[in-house]
Design a protein around this ligand. Structure first.
Ligand code: ATP
Length: 437
């Protein structure tokens, strides 16, 4: 693999090529010329996605009390978005260049076209970011692909409340695809037209919403740090009052420092009682909560931490990417937290032409592969095999050598330092469990 560095000017395109070659992320519809704003996840990328989603579920749902899961439909009736305000407000201002015909978000344009520098540009035009579709054989019903998972949660508020008999405070979490017809998708997988969101709507008494906002902000921020994002690359940014969305009392975004600057990877919002009130008004259903303590009915406030799976993966991959020198040669290494790394363990025989080494290595591989995502590799020199695993972030490589045959042990080689130690075969499972947990 060609070495390229983070500070190089064309880092992003090199990184995209690298992630394609390794089987993480592919341009969608590539053989037909590609579809802008859409990406597919390859064998390693999918494993990473699964790991991150599980880690989010663990943090937001399973380690918490009173959080319920919901999986709601991707296509929804126009009425939902009328009520939520998306039909009226989910717009970006679009500016078109009359010379090169590219289109940009208004914020990206300063008097001239960012692509060809022409001053022959349009006035800003309102552009709704929702994908519209026609439902049914006659196509007489208009539907929209959801631009966030949140509305599915609000319209199911009563269903979840009644079926779980939940009491405030409680949350409903959803994880699934969202769609936004972004004017200018870019920066690799940063801004997509189809992406997955992980969202929690946490319902509280209005008077307790500030407390829960801080609780979730701190918790989510720590999640990134605990999983290895470097402190200097992540920060919280308070959204100024005048820039708050129409439904929000307070917004704080979590920003990550990409090569193209600090950018939002997760947003936290106090959505107040806006959505439940609107859906009550538009549907005619009473979505208030009956408080058994005060015997009052009221609309709860909602705290929402929301992030995009692909953006979060991008931040973790970007943060983990490193080039260093080990035993006198340069290598690319993805220093991913073992919990996030797609492959946890690689097993090698020192030499592929020594039958006893191959047999013992294959036996170890067979035992480990049902417990951890494990690969077996016997091709090329042992040094090349280590490098291949370093590049895809595999934290542990196990090698079976001649001493292994006598001592029933293997060398474990650590990805980050190259340090090696011997571990008895019968202790391997416990040893790896301890390192990966
Ligand atoms: P932006 O300002 O970048 O368009 P936003 O403030 O509209 O984002 P939210 O509506 O707060 O984003 O969405 C919550 C999260 O969903 C974002 O922090 C991001 O991680 C993810 N997200 C939103 N839009 C996209 C997109 N087009 N592609 C990938 N992820 C996205």
């Amino acid at each position: 693999m060609k070495i390229f560095k983070k500070d190089s000017e064309n880092f992003l395109s090199e990184f995209a090529k690298f992630l394609k070659n390794e089987g993480f992320i592919f341009q969608s519809n590539e053989i037909y010329g590609g579809l802008n704003g859409f990406y597919d996840f390859g064998p390693l990328g999918v494993l990473m996605k699964i790991n991150l989603k599980n880690l989010w579920l663990e943090d937001v749902v399973f380690k918490e009390k009173n959080i319920y899961l919901l999986d709601s439909s991707l296509i929804n009736s126009e009425k939902i978005f009328e009520a939520s305000g998306h039909l009226e407000n989910f717009y970006d201002n679009l500016i078109e260049c009359y010379d090169c015909h590219l289109r940009f978000k208004e914020e990206e344009v300063k008097d001239k076209c960012p692509n060809c520098s022409s001053e022959n540009i349009s006035e800003p035009k309102k552009f709704n970011l929702m994908f519209k579709t026609q439902i049914g054989a006659l196509g007489d019903q208009t539907g929209y692909l959801r631009p966030e998972t949140a509305q599915g949660i609000f319209v199911n508020f009563l269903n979840v409340l009644n079926s779980t008999r939940a009491k405030l405070p409680f949350g409903i979490a959803s994880l699934g695809k969202s769609f936004r017809n972004e004017i200018n998708p870019r920066h690799f997988i940063f801004r997509l037209r189809e992406f997955e969101q992980m969202e929690l709507e946490f319902f509280t008494k209005p008077s307790e919403s500030d407390y829960w906002f801080d609780y979730w902000l701190e918790k989510r921020f720590k999640w990134y740090l605990n999983l290895g994002i470097k402190e200097e690359n992540i920060k919280k940014v308070e959204v100024p009052k005048e820039e708050l969305p129409h439904y929000s009392k307070r917004n704080v975004d979590i920003y990550y420092k990409f090569s193209f600057g600090f950018q939002e990877i997760e947003g936290l919002a106090n959505r107040t009682d806006y959505d439940l009130k609107k859906h009550s008004e538009f549907s005619g259903k009473d979505l208030r909560y009956f408080d058994p303590d005060s015997k009052e009915k009221y609309f709860p406030y909602v705290i929402e931490p929301s992030c995009g799976v692909e953006r979060v993966i991008f931040a973790f991959l970007f943060d983990a990417f490193d080039v260093d020198s080990l035993n006198g040669s340069e290598r690319i290494v993805l220093r991913l937290n073992p919990k996030i790394a797609p492959i946890k363990v690689a097993v090698f025989p020192l030499l592929s032409n020594k039958k006893e080494l191959v047999e013992m290595a294959k036996q170890i591989y067979e035992e480990l592969r049902t417990k951890f995502v494990t690969v077996y590799d016997e091709s090329g020199s042992i040094g090349r095999r280590y490098r291949r695993q370093d590049e895809i972030g595999t934290p542990f490589c196990l090698t079976v050598d001649f001493d292994s045959l006598k001592n029933k042990d293997v060398t474990i080689r650590y990805r980050d330092s190259g340090f090696q130690e011997r571990v008895p075969v019968k202790e391997l499972e416990e040893f790896l469990k301890e390192k990966i947990k």
